[in-house]
Design a protein around this ligand. Structure first.
Ligand code: 4AD
Ligand code: MG
Length: 482
C-alpha cells in the first residue's frame, strides 16, 4: 500500500474496509477530529476522521489550512451529511507545513481581485480548481473535434516578421542593446544588425501561415498563444491570449459559419457532459453572487441553462447592413443612450451595439457578416459593390451573450489581382509578403477560416466575468506578475 489513491477515484470507491493512502492539502481541520483534504484531482474534498487521543498534540497543531499531508487509513461509510465515504485515519505525515498566521488563503470566501494578486496560490481555491478544469476540458475537446474531422494541427511561428492583422499592435522581439541601438544615417534603427537581420515581433495571429498549409493539406487548425500590444484594459482583453485558428480550402463563408457553429456547440456540450461537478459549483457560485444584486439586474438564465440555451438555438445570421438598420431604429440609439450613436452605414460596431443585438434584440448568439471593407483586414474576400455602390467583405464575427465577439473570421481573397490591389490601398508591404502571395500565384483556391479566442470561450462556459480569471497568469497593460 505504498501508492497513493487520487481523491477523485477514492470518492467513487465502494471498497469499505480497504486501506488507502491519500496525499493532498488541508482545507480545514475541525473539532480536532475532521480533516478536509483536497488533492486537486476533483473539486471535492475527502473527509479524514481521526481519534485525537491516538495522535501527538504537536502533530495535530500542524494540521493547518494549506499544509501538505499524507494520510493512511481505512475507507469507511460516512455518517456525516454531504459525503458517502470518509477515511478513518491510522497514520498522518506532514509533508509541508503551512503557517496559519501567514497563509493568505483562509477557509472563507475571498474576492477575485484579492485572489488575482496571489495568482500563484489561487489554484488551491474551489473556484479556480473548477475554472482550470473546465479550461483543460475545453482545450481537449477542441483538439478532439478537429482530430475527429481529419484536420491537421499546425504549429505556426511565435516570432514573425509579419503583422497578420495589419493593425500594428505588436510586441517587438529584439536582442539589440537598448542603450546602444545601431542606426542608419537617417537615424532609423538598423535592424540588419538585430538577431534575425530584420524587425520581428510576437505573432498576433497564425492565420497567414495557416493559409499556406490549408492550400496543401485542405483542413488545418492552429491552437497557440498570440500577443497583442493593444492598450485595452477591459474584462475581455489580454495582451497574451490563446487562439484557435482553423483554415479550410474549398470553403466559402457559409461553410465557415457552419463549422464555427458546430465547433462551439461541440465544445459546450463536451463541457456539460464532462465537467458537471465544476459547472454545478460555478453555477451555484454565480447564483450566490446574483442574490446580492437587485432583482432587475439579475440574469434571466443561470449558467447551465444559458449553456443549454445556446445549444438548443441556431445562431442568428445577419449582415452588417441589416444590423445597422436594426441599431439605427433601436430605442437606445434614438434616445441617445449609446455612447456611440449609429447614424450612418460604415460605422464600426462598439461592444454596446454588439451587446444590444445579442442580449436585447435577438437574445441569442448572432453571426454578423459582410462588413464594410474599410473596417476589416486586407485578406478578406471582396464582395461586388451593392446597389448603393458600397463595398463589403466576406467577413464574419460571432457575438455571444455577455462576451461580445468570440470569433472573427472570413472567406479569404483568393484572387491575386484583387488581393494585391487591396494590400496597396491598405499600405501592406507586398514585397515582404511574396510568400503569402505565392499561394495565389500557384493553384489558388477558395478558402476560409476563423479565429476563436480561447479565453473568451472559457469565460462564457465558466460564467466568470473577468478574462484575467480564466488564464493562469494574465498579461495585461502594466501587469506581467509571476
Ligand atoms: O478578430 P481577430 O483579431 O481575428 C484574427 O486574428 C484572425 N486572424 C482570425 C482568423 O480569421 N484566423 O481575433 C480572433 C478572436 C476574437 O474574436 C477574440 O475572441 C479573440 O480572438 N481576441 C482576443 N481575446 C483576448 N484578448 C484579446 N486582446 C483578443 N483579441 C482578439
Ligand atoms: Mg475581430
Amino acid at each position: 500500500m505504498d501508492k497513493r489513491i487520487r481523491i477523485k477515484d477514492l470518492l467513487d470507491s465502494t471498497n469499505f474496509g480497504q486501506q488507502v493512502k491519500v496525499m493532498g492539502w488541508v482545507k480545514t481541520f475541525r473539532n480536532n477530529q475532521f480533516i478536509a483534504i483536497n488533492d486537486g484531482s476533483t473539486i471535492k474534498n475527502i473527509q479524514a476522521v481521526l481519534d485525537f487521543n491516538s495522535f501527538d498534540e504537536s502533530l495535530l497543531k500542524r494540521l493547518n489550512t494549506g499544509a501538505a499531508v499524507s494520510i493512511e487509513g481505512e475507507i469507511v461509510e460516512s455518517l456525516g451529511k454531504g459525503q458517502r465515504i470518509e477515511i478513518k485515519v491510522d497514520k498522518i505525515e506532514i509533508l509541508g507545513d503551512s503557517d496559519a498566521e501567514k497563509f493568505p488563503l483562509q477557509p472563507k470566501k475571498h474576492s477575485l481581485e484579492f485572489l488575482r494578486e496571489i495568482a500563484h496560490l489561487r489554484f488551491r481555491t474551489n473556484t479556480f480548481n473548477a475554472v482550470f478544469k473546465v479550461r483543460h476540458a475545453l482545450a481537449y475537446a477542441i483538439h478532439k473535434f478537429f482530430n475527429d474531422k481529419g484536420f491537421l494541427y499546425l504549429h505556426t511561428p511565435i516570432i514573425t516578421a509579419s503583422d497578420a492583422e495589419g493593425a500594428g499592435e505588436m510586441f517587438r522581439v529584439s536582442t539589440l542593446d537598448p542603450d546602444n541601438i545601431p542606426r542608419d544615417q537617417d537615424g532609423s534603427v538598423n535592424y540588419k544588425e538585430d538577431f534575425f537581420g530584420k524587425a520581428t515581433n510576437l505573432t498576433v495571429s497564425g492565420q497567414l501561415e495557416g493559409e499556406l498549409a490549408a492550400l496543401a493539406f485542405g483542413d488545418i487548425y492552429t491552437f497557440g498563444p498570440t500577443f497583442r500590444a493593444e492598450n485595452s484594459n477591459t474584462t475581455r482583453h489580454l495582451a497574451e491570449f490563446w487562439m484557435i485558428e482553423p483554415e479550410m480550402a474549398f470553403y466559402d463563408l457559409n461553410d465557415n459559419m457552419d463549422l464555427a457553429e458546430e465547433l462551439l456547440n461541440y465544445v459546450i456540450s463536451y463541457a456539460l457532459e464532462n465537467c458537471s461537478d465544476e459547472l454545478d459549483f460555478l453555477n451555484n457560485r454565480l447564483l450566490e453572487e446574483e442574490k446580492q444584486k437587485p432583482q432587475s439586474d439579475r440574469s434571466e438564465l443561470d449558467l447551465i441553462s444559458k449553456l443549454k440555451f445556446c445549444l438548443d438555438n441556431n445562431f442568428e445570421r445577419i449582415t452588417y447592413t441589416e444590423a445597422i438598420h436594426i441599431l439605427r431604429n433601436s430605442k437606445p440609439n434614438q434616445k441617445k443612450q449609446f455612447n456611440y450613436i449609429i447614424d450612418s452605414w460604415g460605422a464600426d460596431l462598439q461592444s454596446e451595439h454588439e451587446r444590444f443585438l445579442v442580449e436585447k434584440h435577438f437574445k441569442k448568439p448572432v453571426i454578423l457578416t459582410d462588413y464594410p471593407a474599410a473596417i476589416k483586414s486586407f485578406y478578406m474576400r471582396l464582395n461586388e459593390p451593392d446597389a448603393e455602390g458600397r463595398t463589403t467583405v466576406r467577413a464574419m464575427d460571432i457575438l455571444f451573450p455577455g462576451i461580445g465577439e468570440i470569433i472573427g473570421g472570413s472567406q479569404r481573397e483568393e484572387r491575386l489581382e484583387k488581393l494585391e490591389k487591396r494590400m496597396e490601398e491598405m499600405h501592406i508591404p507586398k514585397e515582404e509578403m511574396s510568400w503569402y502571395l505565392d499561394t495565389r500565384r500557384f493553384g489558388s483556391a477558395p478558402h476560409a477560416g476563423f479565429g476563436l479566442g480561447f479565453e473568451r470561450l472559457v469565460l462564457f462556459v465558466t460564467g466568470m466575468s473577468n478574462i484575467r480569471d480564466v488564464i493562469p497568469f494574465p498579461r495585461t497593460p502594466k501587469n506581467a506578475e509571476f
